[in-house]
Design a protein around this ligand. Structure first.
Ligand code: SF4
Length: 451
């Protein structure tokens, strides 16, 4: 079984050395994008240093290094999908000269040799070309020609030059910003702003930016093609205070809820969000329907996002302690329970049963995304098709299985109009994969462990 990632990345480049604390704090602000491993790579006395570990940023990275000073560093938080959290697969990865960290999935990496992961393919491909005499930018351009799939990529060389790369279709976000005198590249602009900085721009699909000692020395577009940003970045994955390519995630989520209320009304007395990413969707639903919102589910502080836990056992274990229920807000009431998505149905089934035990009279579930019927090969770990509850069941059957009184989802067109851009990937809803190559998807399922 192969590993792959859904991740967050950050790079910091400055003219004079800065403490690594900036990179470390930035990674903590991207923690929601991956909770299984974290790492930082930086230059010290002309050498590449790597500090990586399993767990959350504060567990994985040796806190002593945040007092180290450097002009160039890249960091990564990672979620592996293999069921095995292996330190050897944590990022950044380095050969001592080229260091890479990326967010996404290289869908065709297996065509280039027997690589354990797509990250090791990227490192090996670029590193080999450089050893053969190409410049780093030439190797990156060639990589972008041959690679298929999603990648927001950071490449650092032994001199401390950092290249930030967004794939030609712009599947994953990548943002350029400034924090004081440092240039910072991050998966989300909310992290840059929270570090006290400003966003300079979203990288365009296919854009490569070269940064040296806090200055941009190269900026070009390589192989830009039809933009297909992941719809789930808007629905679930990105922070609500982020903005992707000029579209504020919060506004998109509010609109998902408003359209849900208009097109899929429900006979409830209170609207209850499943925290956290569903909150703006529920607010939109409440505003458009006039049904009051109740924060009846309290997320426990220690709970990790169950969707990004590696195994079914880990997910079920995490769910046990995920929410507290405010009984007075649900007892004897008809609820409109809002979630951003239903993948396997575990969270919803358990939650509905607990809400009924707490005295809820009726539970009408409304979902702020379409039915997920197909796996993702572009960086988000939806499980095998057979594990997706909507793969073989209609709304009525799913409703019965999760124990709700009614259940409705947004349609794909409703979702697109809510997000406010047509430049979206919607493959997990439609099965129309916007990839360059033609693939036998049952073979891909085996390669990516979705069987
Ligand atoms: S298939 Fe779904 S999750 Fe994957 S990139 Fe496309 S929209 Fe995002």
């Amino acid at each position: 079984m192969y590993l792959k990632e859904h991740c967050g990345v950050i790079a910091v480049s400055s003219a004079s050395p800065l403490p690594l604390k900036l990179t470390y704090e930035g990674l903590k602000l991207l923690q929601h994008r991956g909770e299984e491993s974290a790492g930082i790579s930086y230059l010290e006395a002309g050498k590449v240093k790597l500090n990586r570990g399993l767990g959350l940023v504060e567990e994985a990275i040796d806190k002593a290094i945040i007092l180290s000073y450097t002009t160039s560093s890249i960091g990564h938080v990672r979620y592996s999908t293999s069921g095995v959290s292996d330190i050897s697969e944590a990022q950044p990865m380095s050969d001592g000269y080229v260091t890479v960290a990326f967010n996404g999935t290289i869908t065709n990496f297996f065509k280039f040799g027997n690589y354990p992961t797509d990250t090791s393919f990227i490192l090996d491909f670029i590193s080999k070309e450089v050893k053969e005499g190409k410049t780093l930018i030439e190797a990156i351009r060639h990589f972008m020609e041959v690679a298929d799939g999603a990648y927001s990529l950071l490449v650092m060389d032994i001199k401390g030059d950092i290249y930030a790369v967004r794939d030609p279709q712009g599947f994953r976000p990548l943002v350029l910003g400034r924090v004081n005198n440092a240039i910072v590249v991050a998966s989300e602009d909310s992290a840059i702003r929270q570090l006290g900085g400003i966003k300079l721009k979203d990288l365009s699909p296919g854009e490569v930016i070269g940064i040296r000692e806090g200055n941009i020395f190269l900026n070009e577009i390589v192989n830009s093609s039809r933009k297909t940003t992941c719809a789930f970045e808007f629905i679930y994955f990105s922070r609500a205070d982020s903005s992707i390519d000029g579209n504020p995630v919060y506004i998109s989520r509010i609109r998902l809820g408003e359209i849900l209320a208009k097109k899929h009304p429900a006979p409830g007395e209170v609207v209850v969000p499943v925290p956290d990413s569903s909150r703006p969707i529920a607010l939109g639903f409440s505003r458009a329907s006039g049904i009051p919102l109740e924060e009846a589910l309290i997320r426990t502080i220690s709970s990790k996002r169950s969707f990004i836990m590696p195994t079914q056992e880990a997910r079920i274990e995490a769910l046990k302690e995920k929410f507290g229920i405010v009984e007075s807000a649900v007892k004897g009431k008809s609820l409109v329970l809002i979630d951003d998505s239903i993948v396997r149905g575990n969270t919803m089934r358990r939650l509905i049963s607990r809400l009924r035990s707490a005295g809820a009279k009726e539970i009408h579930v409304r979902v702020g995304s379409p039915m997920i019927k197909y796996p993702c090969y572009m960086g988000i770990d939806f499980p095998s098709a057979s594990e997706l509850i909507a793969r073989s069941k209609n709304e009525e059957k799913i409703s019965k299985e999760i124990g709700s009184d009614s259940l409705e989802f947004l349609t794909v067109d409703e979702m697109i109009s809510a997000i406010g851009t047509t430049s979206l990937c919607d493959a997990c809803f439609t099965g129309n994969y916007p990839l360059k190559g033609n693939y036998n998807f049952s073979s891909l399922d085996k390669i990516f462990g979705k069987v």
